[in-house]
Design a binder for this molecule. Structure first.
Ligand code: UT7
Length: 333
């Protein structure tokens, strides 16, 4: 018998405020003091990225607040309560404070009085890193049930004068409940079948936040979009194929690709490279924008709610972000 980390619940939360593309050009109030008004258009944002709208957290609403709501939905979906959970692994680059971890804040807000909680920081690849770490905790017997969360408030690290970045990102959270279940050890098992993680710090300057302990300020996101784009399709298809090879599976066996939702052109390019049609890809980028580490669990939750992802389906998630860091997780839902 082989222990498999199996998804038994999923949920998400999006803040109430929805901002449509045209609002950036028309004048957007209530996000910062004053009005955001950019030389941009709905047509540019939509045609270059596929994004139509995104959600922004309310003043005072933090990453851990969004995460808690996603966890409550995931726990309800699993029919569990917080004290049934042994560990929380939270992927984020926008934790409420430098420390303690946002995960311990979620632990407290859920009323969970035992177990352990920590954050994982691999930017947009954070959720595949978190899933891989949670899988290791379960397979090694250190935890039986793990809440794996991606939660972000990227609206807090936007330079609202930089039209090349601030129209692309949004806020939100998604969560999975993973449980140790016994499998046969073959790729017919439900649960995580394989994963692949990579990073290459030589590319750290093409996507970063210009703040932290070195500046004493939180800082703003800086991105050379075209350069990141250049790396994305190739590395995403390659990592998905590596996970498939580890599980002795092929792309034809994939029911759903659930990619990081940064840009519809990257999503489509990767699907094409994998030889898969777009009707096997879950896309939420049009409604959420790029929510960094939250985008994959959001898409998994929305994909299930839409009736796309069903028990037994083979799902591959893949993501790339600052670092560069990238990776994939292959699982049977
Ligand atoms: O999640 C982490 C990973 N991140 C990503 O995967 C993002 C990867 N990159 C991308 O998605 C795309 O590169 C972007 C959507 C960021 C940009 O699309 P692009 O087709 O690469 O455009 P570009 O950066 O080459 O800019 C084209 C033009 C420029 O003008 P010039 O130099 O051609 O005159 C920009 O100044 O578009 C201009 N531009 C804009 N115009 C209107 C840039 N931002 C805007 C804007 N509205 N918001």
């Amino acid at each position: 018998m082989t222990t498999r980390a199996t998804v038994i619940g999923v949920g998400h939360y999006l803040p109430d405020r929805i901002v449509e593309n045209h609002e950036f050009a028309d004048g957007l109030d209530g996000v910062i003091d004053g009005t955001i008004k950019l030389d941009t258009s709905d047509d540019w944002i939509r045609s270059r990225s596929g994004i139509e709208r995104r959600h922004f957290a309310a003043a005072g609403q933090t990453t851990s607040d969004l995460a808690v709501k996603a966890c409550e939905a995931a726990l309800a979906d699993a029919g569990l309560v917080a004290d049934d959970i042994d560990a929380i692994v939270l992927a984020t680059s926008t934790a409420d404070l430098t420390f303690p971890s946002a995960a311990t804040m979620v632990q407290d807000k859920l009323g969970m009085t035992q177990g352990f909680a920590f954050d994982v920081q691999a930017v947009c690849a954070g959720f595949v890193y978190a899933l891989t770490n949670a899988n290791a905790l379960i397979v090694s017997g250190q935890a039986k049930r793990v809440l794996v969360i991606g939660a972000e408030t990227f609206s807090r690290i936007m330079d609202w004068t930089d039209r090349g970045t601030c129209v692309l990102f949004g806020d939100g959270a998604g969560a999975l409940v993973l449980e140790a279940q016994e499998g046969s050890g073959t790729n017919a098992d439900r649960g995580i079948l394989a994963s692949d993680l990579n990073s290459d710090g030589r590319y750290r300057d093409i996507l970063y936040v210009d703040g932290g302990t070195s500046t004493g300020q939180t800082g703003f996101l800086r991105m050379e979009g075209r350069e990141v784009f250049r790396h994305a399709v190739e590395k995403l298809a390659s990592t998905a194929n590596t996970s498939l090879a580890k599980a002795e599976m092929t792309a034809e066996q994939i029911d759903w690709v659930v990619p990081h939702q940064a840009n519809i052109r990257i999503i489509a390019g990767t699907a094409k490279k994998l030889g898969l049609p777009m009707d096997r890809v879950v896309t939420t980028v049009q409604d959420h924008g790029n929510t960094s580490a939250a985008s994959i669990p959001l898409a998994l939750s929305v994909g299930k709610a839409r009736g796309q992802i069903k028990p037994g389906d083979v799902v591959v998630t893949e993501a790339i972000g600052g670092g560069l860091a990238w990776g994939s997780v292959l699982l049977r839902w």
